[in-house]
Design a protein around this ligand. Structure first.
Ligand code: NAD
Length: 283
């Protein structure tokens, strides 16, 4: 069994981003800029935004956070995004999800300029992903693909079971896997017999938000297990969606929580923002 070390891979990627930022600044006087919109005072969202801002600072990005109260109107958020779309110092825009219930998330995401959509949630980029064209790919599934690449885990012809089918995790994950010629099964809350699907898979990727949903008897010997879930349990610790302790002897590769997919998500945000900034060179 090998543990996939997302923390050190993310560190490696951040160092290479920092080097490229230096080159951009020295050769083109470009400093990549990221704007984050945070609505409300959800502690988890605040913590994520803080981590993202810190990572931006570390690699030499310019970053700003727009903090908005949860009573803000949809029109005001849209107005702010339209303003940032026009700001030449900003290459990437990220709206921290989830948004308060009175806000239509899809309407907000559609206002982001697709060229600044570093989270890859705009329907334009979703369409490009599904048709296997270059664009911005959502950070979490992109981070998982980087892990496969780093650990030489071949996807062609493999049976992969994706557990969870959200727009930000499961669906883009499935599209990336299809583009890599895997045979993909997507499961979700309405799936009748989850274990019958996970047991057949060479690779199981879970992102649902249910602690320890995937148990040892639900995967075959030697399977690869990627755990995207992040759950804070009663004792205050963070756990994934898979029973790591029981699964680690059975799997050929497994990601821990924390220290697995989480750090890769932030590294991919930096890498997507750098990609958006590089587009300024040809302008
Ligand atoms: P979501 O609530 O939008 O979607 C959850 C998905 O899981 C849905 O498709 C639902 O049908 C499915 N599901 C729920 N319960 C299930 C069950 N018992 N069996 C099978 N499927 C089930 O959540 P999300 O935003 O996609 O996030 C999922 C998890 O991934 C959360 O724990 C979240 O914290 C984590 N996450 C981690 C990162 C990271 O960087 N590692 C990034 C995003 C989300």
């Amino acid at each position: 069994m090998q543990i996939i070390d997302g923390k050190s891979l993310a560190q490696e990627i951040q160092e290479s981003v920092a080097q490229e930022v230096k080159n951009l600044k020295d050769n083109y006087d470009i400093v990549p800029g990221l704007a984050v919109i945070l609505v409300g005072d959800d502690p988890a969202s605040q913590a994520y935004v803080k981590m993202k801002a810190k990572a931006c600072e570390k690699v030499g990005f310019y970053s700003i956070t727009h903090n908005m109260p949860d009573t803000i109107s949809q029109e005001e958020i849209i107005g702010t995004i339209e303003m940032i779309n026009k700001n030449p110092r900003i290459d990437g825009i990220l709206v921290q999800l989830p948004l308060p219930k009175h806000i239509d998330t899809n309407a907000i995401l559609e206002v982001i300029d697709p060229a600044k959509d570093v989270d890859g949630f705009h329907p334009y980029n979703v369409g490009r992903l599904v048709t296997n064209l270059d664009g911005f790919v959502p950070c979490t599934p992109l981070g998982v693909m980087k892990m496969f690449e780093k650990y030489n885990i071949d996807l062609e012809g493999k049976d992969v079971c994706v557990v969870g089918a959200s727009n930000i995790v499961g669906k883009p994950m499935a599209a990336l896997l299809l583009n890599a010629n895997a045979t993909v099964t997507v499961t979700h809350i309405y799936t009748k017999d989850l274990a019958s699907h996970t047991k057949k898979a060479d690779i199981v990727i879970v992102g649902v938000g249910v602690p320890h949903l995937i148990k040892a008897d639900m995967v075959k010997d030697g399977a690869v297990l990627i755990d995207i879930g992040i759950n804070r349990i009663e004792d205050g610790s963070l756990v994934g969606d898979a029973d790591f302790e029981a699964l680690k002897q059975k799997c050929s590769y497994i990601t821990p929580v924390p220290g697995g997919v989480g750090p890769m998500t932030i590294a991919m945000l930096l890498s997507n923002t750098l990609k958006a900034a590089k587009a300024r060179i040809s302008k």
